[in-house]
Design a protein around this ligand. Structure first.
Ligand code: MN
Length: 229
């Protein structure tokens, strides 16, 4: 038996209302999944199949944390999102079976270095340095679907320093959760422990050092993240 070198805890999210931890595998994120947000980013929401990018598992940040303002950006943006946690993997999952693969849900932030993302778009380069950086994936404790069901409608919103900035409804997703899982599983074999950040409603905008972000998804929970001054 080989000994595994201990570099400290593996990425995991708490399970709400208990002491269990959900080990986080890959983090997939859906781009432009709400029509109004696609429009505010200059795209036609009716034309595109879903597309995906990733964040490292260790980009997760627990609810309530104060985190350092990230390096290398002058334009950090908030994107509030419903997070889907998979408990069962698979490839080529049918839409009708997709929710059987969901373990639970959380409220997350897809933090974005918009300046670096914009530059990458312009140059035809990957988005990673705009999306996949330290502390870029805050998320609440996960709620099991066995307890809350599968939220398909309800408010999703974000306040910055108490002022409402993003507001939408889960029912406005262009590709809903089962469709997203089915489509993504046609591209990669999904694994238990994978998270899917399911896209953000309109109203994305800048975050400054010292800002307090408060996200909410009806029936799922509330996320608070503060940026250090
Ligand atoms: Mn996003």
């Amino acid at each position: 038996m080989k000994h595994v070198i201990d570099f400290g805890p593996i990425p995991a999210l708490p399970v709400a209302g208990g002491s269990d931890l959900f080990p986080v595998g890959r983090i997939y994120c859906v781009g432009r999944n709400y029509a109004e947000h696609a429009r505010e980013m200059g795209h036609d929401p009716d034309r595109e199949p879903p597309f995906f990018f990733m964040k490292p598992a260790n980009a997760i940040v627990p609810n309530g944390a104060t985190i350092p303002f990230p390096q290398a950006t002058q334009d950090l943006h908030h994107e509030i999102e419903l997070v889907v946690a998979l408990g069962k993997g698979g490839a080529n999952i049918a839409v009708e079976k997709a929710l059987d693969h969901v373990w639970g849900y959380g409220v997350g932030l897809d933090m974005t270095r918009r300046d670096l993302q914009g530059e990458a778009k312009k140059m035809g380069r990957p988005w990673e340095m705009g999306k996949s950086f330290d502390n870029s994936a805050p998320c609440t404790a996960l709620l099991p679907a066995s307890r809350i069901g599968h939220p398909a409608k309800g408010a999703i919103c974000l306040k910055v320093n108490g002022a409402i900035k993003q507001k939408g409804d889960l029912s406005e997703m262009i590709w809903n959760v089962p469709e997203t899982i089915a489509y993504l599983s046609g591209l990669v074999t999904l694994q238990p422990g994978d998270l899917i950040y399911s896209g953000t409603p309109a109203g994305v905008g800048p975050v400054q050092p010292g800002d307090k972000l408060e996200g909410h998804v009806d029936g799922v929970g509330d996320l608070t993240i503060t940026y250090a001054k």
